[in-house]
Each structure stands twice: as C-alpha cells, then as structure tokens.
Design a protein around this ligand. Structure first.
Ligand code: PLP
Length: 369
C-alpha cells in the first residue's frame, strides 16, 4: 500500500498506538478525581500541554478539544461573545478550510462584516499578507488566516501578519488554523493569539485536537458543563487520546529536507508527462497539487487505488466535489476537475513517488481522450 493522502489523515504511528492503549489500560482515571488515579491522569494532561507549548515555542494555555473543527468554532463563536465592543469586522482569506469558512458565514448572517482576501496568483509579488494587514481597521475584532492551505500547501507568513496587525490595532485578535503546518513548518514562522491544532494529521489519533490561547486572550466557551479545563472546555478529558496526541508531537521528525526532496522528485517526474500541470506554489513541500489534463480526478484516483496508491482529488473534506479553493489559486474549472493532491509523511519513500508517477503515466495512456 502506498499512502499519499497524509493531508487528509495519517496512519497512527506505532508509538502513538502504544501511548493510547497503555493509557486506556492503565491510566483510565478521571483527571478531575482527587485520588491517585485522578492525579496520574492529570499529570498526562499537564505533560501533554507542555509538549504542545514547547513545540509551538509559545507561552499561554492549551485547551484540548475534539479536533481543529471544534477549536476553530470555539474561536469564531467565542471571541465575538467575549469582546462584544471591539467591532464587527473580521478579516480572513478566500481559501480557509470549511471549519473556519462555515462559522464565518454564520457570523455574516448575524451581522458581522467578513472581509476575504485572495491569495496572490502564481507569479504575482507576495503582497498578499500586506493586503490582509491593510484590511484591518479600528473596528476589526478578529483576523483568521490559515497557516498552510490543505489543498495546495500554500504558506502564509503568520508572523508578519501578527506583528503588523497588533501594531495597527492592538485589540484585534489573531487566529490561525495551523493544522497543516504544525510539526511540518518551523514553529518560529507561526505567531497568533489563538491557534487550532489537530492530532490526526501528524500520526496521532482522530477526534483529538487543541486550541492554543495566548496569555490575556479571552473567549466564551462553546460547551458548558462540568467546568473542566478552566471552564473553557467542559467534558471529561480523553486522557488516552491526549497522551497519543502528545506522543505524535514528540515523535514527529524534522522532515523539511526529506519533503523538499520528495516534492522535487515528484514535480520533476510529472513535468516529463504531457499535459500535467503543477497547481501548487509557495507551498509546504509535503503537499503537491497537480492536474492531469484530460483525465478526471475521480477516474485517476480510482485507477491508482487499484494499484493500492492512495491520493486525494482536491480536499478529502469536500468529498470529491470540485474545489472552489483551487480557483482562488488560479486553477481553471477544467484543471480543477482533473486535480490530484499527493501529500507525504515521514514514512514516504522515493519508491512511493516513482510508483505514483508511473501510475499517473499509465493512467494517462489508458484514459486520456
Ligand atoms: N483545518 C484544516 C486546514 C484541515 O486540513 C482540517 C482537516 O481536514 C481541519 C481544519 C479539520 O480538522 P479536524 O479533523 O481535527 O476537525
């Protein structure tokens, strides 16, 4: 099996499975219990929080959630409630994940003004972060910009946005969906007040995520109940999943060079095939989006699947629907219909890339009209 759909989800690593199962078996106490079992569970939470903060190189609070979808919903509904008088303008991009874009649509319906900034086209100068900054004014409550786009890998300089936004309006809260960049991009490039994270993109379990919250930043909780996690996220903490998330973070290797090599190899092999165009630019090297002209994505995806090669057509979240996000990156509707996303993991080998390129080449011979 050749799994090249790591931006959709990843295979839980052996050490993560071990951490989860050991905690399920031996450390099943409720972190709120006052006895030793509770204290042992609480220690796992504390250690996991430290692991997250160390990896982010940021100071603040970590709130565990059911995933990045919940983290971003918490921010987008909780910040407006906590800062009622800071204005009604929200600045974002035209290429956010649905877990950000759909809550924003709800806010729009409730009377918030949402300004969406488009990414630069391939050969445009990179003035897009400046356009985000320019859109911030005195009435801007929130800026929400993703770090790495899940479909093309496009990277945003969050550090530049954060610094300039705070200079322009110190009251504006900056949120980042950092799901696809976390552990893959250098942490020093990420700066935000609130950061959404997910475990299953880094070989952790599904259904566990986190929200980083900088000191002094507030939000109203999404869930009310037993008051766990300082009243910010009620519900018994899933200690086993959290242990797995922390292990995933600890064990994710530095793959910058490896990903760059794999990306270069795949781009090179694809460029030798007639009618294959690369859609990714300014991208995180673990993601490569390309279009195989004349062969629809779904046809190619299932052809590759027959060879046990797994890729994605656009974004897995959109269940094969034509991606509106690709249009934002200058991909025509016709090319979007033929788009394939390959995404790598630390387990990806050069031979996997060769098998994919061969599969694409054979698919073209079989299906192109
Ligand atoms: N944000 C991005 C960029 C993603 O790729 C995903 C995953 O599909 C999410 C958010 C949602 O994360 P989760 O599955 O943890 O809710």
């Amino acid at each position: 099996m050749i799994y090249l759909d790591n931006s959709a989800t990843t295979r839980p690593s052996d050490s993560v499975i071990k951490a989860v199962s050991e905690n399920m078996a031996d450390n099943f106490g409720n972190a709120s219990s006052l006895h030793k079992m509770g204290i042992n569970a609480e220690k796992v939470l504390k250690d996991a929080k430290k692991t997250m903060l160390d990896k982010l190189s940021l100071d603040g609070e970590i709130i565990f959630t059911s995933g990045a979808t919940e983290s971003s919903n918490t921010v987008l509904f909780g910040v407006p409630k906590a800062y009622k008088h800071n204005g009604k303008r929200i600045v974002t991009t035209t290429f956010e994940h649905p877990s950000v874009e759909n809550p924003l649509r709800q806010l729009e319906e409730a009377g918030y003004e949402v300004v969406r900034v488009a990414p630069p086209k391939r050969d445009e100068p990179q003035d897009y972060e400046q356009r985000v900054i320019d859109a911030v004014d005195d009435s801007t409550l929130l800026v929400s910009v993703m770090w790495v786009n899940n479909e093309t890998g496009f990277i945003t300089d969050l550090s530049k946005i954060y610094t300039a936004v705070k200079r322009k309006n110190p009251k504006t809260i900056v949120h980042c969906d950092a799901v696809q960049g976390f552990c893959k991009q250098p942490a020093k490039l990420l700066k935000a007040d609130l950061i959404s994270l997910s475990a299953h993109k880094i070989h952790g379990p599904k259904g566990i995520g986190a929200l980083f919250c900088a000191k002094g930043v507030r939000f109203s909780p999404l869930l009310y109940g037993g008051g766990q996690q300082k009243n910010l996220r009620s519900g018994t903490e899933p200690v086993d999943m959290i242990a797995g998330f922390a292990e995933a973070v600890r064990s994710y290797p530095d793959c910058g060079r490896k990903f760059a090599g794999l990306n270069e190899k795949l781009s090179g092999m694809l460029s030798q095939l007639d009618g294959v165009v690369i859609n990714s630019y300014n991208n995180s090297k673990n993601i490569l989006n390309f279009s195989v002209r004349g062969v629809r994505s779904e046809i190619m995806l299932h052809f590759l699947e027959e060879r046990e090669i797994y890729v994605s057509s656009g974004s897995a979240c959109s269940k094969g629907k034509t991606s509106g996000v690709l249009a934002q990156f200058g991909v025509s509707d016709k090319d979007a219909d033929c788009a394939i996303r390959a995404s790598f993991s630390p387990f990806t080998e050069e031979s996997d890339i060769e098998a994919l390129a061969k599969g694409i080449s054979d698919g073209i011979k079989r299906f192109r009209r």
